[in-house]
Design a protein around this ligand. Structure first.
Ligand code: 13P
Length: 256
């Protein structure tokens, strides 16, 4: 049985569709300088796809890891514009799947999310499954049903929990709005998600899975989330583009 104390928090920087190549390289170099070797936290950067190779090169040999923001569910073939998970091997270690911007802006269904999860696992990469909470679910008291569906469909066909698996709970209404969830609210959702993982993969898996909170996390509020027992880090959007803010969030996680 893995003790909850053994969970090392992980902070992800989701750059989304931001930063020109030179700015991306500068940020990678700065973050390596400030965060390499920081103990007590995993640091994961999700640059835009064209800069993944640069990220790999700049961060090689450091403790920082590279993730892709998305991938297709076929490994190769005639799928113009898509990137297969197998093509990321050697460049990225993680792949973000099911971010609410993919679900909402690009119409990604829970079935597609499941397809992607299986393809990422098949390629030997570590998935970070993002599950959202639309305001409509929240207002109608359907949050838990919605999270259950996203998790169940996302994990369909995956019979044991992927090594290093991370779930990111991101309420849609908190993303990019400056209006973060309260730590207590986020804790309740993350605890619920941990219970779903335990239900599906057993208690040890429930204790081992790392669950991030995402949505307007910044240097000022980060520690209040990390103080919660079921929140194991953060998935950070806007503040991850600012080296000082992102480093402060990573340090807060390391200190938690
Ligand atoms: P913000 O931190 O900008 O709210 O974005 C959160 C997010 O979507 C991370 O994936």
């Amino acid at each position: 049985m893995v003790s909850p104390m053994a969970r090392v928090p992980v902070v992800g920087g989701n750059w989304k569709m931001n930063l020109a190549r030179s700015a991306a390289r500068d940020l990678l170099t700065t973050l390596r300088g400030t965060l390499d070797g920081l103990e007590g936290v995993g640091v994961l950067l999700f640059p835009p796809a064209p800069w993944l190779g640069d990220a790999h090169d700049v961060l090689e040999g450091s403790s920082l890891r590279v993730g892709a923001q998305n991938a297709y569910w076929e490994q190769k073939g005639a799928f113009t514009g898509e990137v297969g998970p197998a093509m990321l091997q050697g460049t990225a270690t993680h792949v973000l799947v099911g971010h609410s911007e993919r679900r909402i802006l690009f119409g990604e269904t829970v079935w597609e999310t499941g397809q992607k999860m299986r393809a990422v696992c098949a390629a030997g990469l570590t998935p970070v499954l993002a599950v959202g909470e639309p305001l409509s679910d929240r207002r109608s008291g359907r949050t838990e049903a919605g999270l259950r569906r996203q998790l169940t469909e996302g994990m369909r066909g995956i019979t044991s929990m992927p090594e290093g698996f991370i779930v990111a709970y991101e309420p849609v209404w908190a993303i990019g709005t400056g209006e973060a969830a309260t730590p207590e609210d986020a804790q309740a959702r993350c605890k619920f998600l941990r219970g779903l993982i335990a239900e599906r993969y057993g208690d040890d898996a429930g204790e081992a899975v790392r669950i991030q909170y995402g949505g307007s996390v910044n240097a000022e509020n980060a520690a209040s989330f990390f103080a919660q027992p079921d929140i194991d880090g953060a998935l950070v959007g806007g503040a991850s583009l600012d080296a000082d803010a992102f480093a402060a969030i990573c340090r807060a996680a390391a200190a938690s």
